[in-house]
Design a protein around this ligand. Sequence first.
Ligand SMILES: [Fe+2]
Length: 358
Amino acid sequence: MRIIATDRAEPGMRLGKSIYGPDGKLLLGIGIELTDYYIQRLLDLGVFMIYIDDPLTRDVEIEPLIDEETRLKAVNAVKKALLLASGTMKDKRGILEASGLVEAVDMITDELATKKRTLISVLDLKCYNNYTYEHSVNCCVLGLIMGINSSYNEFKLRNLGLGLLLHDIGKMLIPNEILNKPGTLDPFEFKQIMAHPQNGYRLLQHDDSIPPVARIICLQHHERCDGSGYPRSLAGDSIHEFSKIAAVVDVYDALTSDRVYRRAYRPHQAVAYIKAQSGHRFDNYTVQGFLKHIAPYPLGTTVRLTTGDEAVVVALNEKAPDRPTVRLFRDKFGTDIDPVQEIDLSKEENVHILEVVS
Ligand SMILES: [Fe+2]
């Protein structure tokens, strides 16, 4: 299987994975042949990366991080919790009990713990378009991967997961026109955006079912280690460990998502951004922990090497995430390499990935 940007898809290509809408409804099934109409519909729906089945990479399997059913349950639980907290839905029970968020966190944790993958191709989280809810679930998954690999106990994992699912709850008070505004925000709009951590904290503070640390994550996820964040310009260890995790996964997921005002970064670009801020805006220890689990070049990515050859990533290398094994299929003159060759970049010091071309 191969990953390509939907706007580079061509009629006649076959889908390597089914595509589901935000409501879990099947949009296009695996194996279907793409047409111009389908490609345009996918782009209109915000599905900007797709998996293609082709003979070159048929043996490359890309497992989803969490099952579609689990993801959908979590998205629905977040939606319900956010609507309850913002007062647009009523339930006398606490938000957690009424929404199913705890069950969602536990299901995600169980799945991630059983799959035990240390290096992940995060792109498999990315084929959806319902931003706020999907973003919360993505952050939760990324944060839990870090928590599991740091051997957090069940209690810590649950609190971290809940905080990540709820971290942007304060955005429920911001009109969509502001959240999705393509142009520059005016000072009043900017003030509303900047207030979402405190608003989130306030929305949750009278609910005894919410663990205090989940409220802290809401309040602090935009704080930065060098004191440049908001709302309180906290620095260093005055920021909670979980909030430092939230800061990194929030930025990573936001960067790798398509937004109205910019195209999504590819994973290697987002990794580079986070690395550059490590030790400044982001806590260095947290960033190192995060990058251990993120593949900058996910399985199925087509790349150009410094030799000029084109190749597809066919195996990840846990010890050197940016040096995967690649399968060469076209040389620098544009001639097909037949039979294809594979090289393990962790053993080829003089060959590097120059760019992503799919
Ligand atoms: Fe936020």
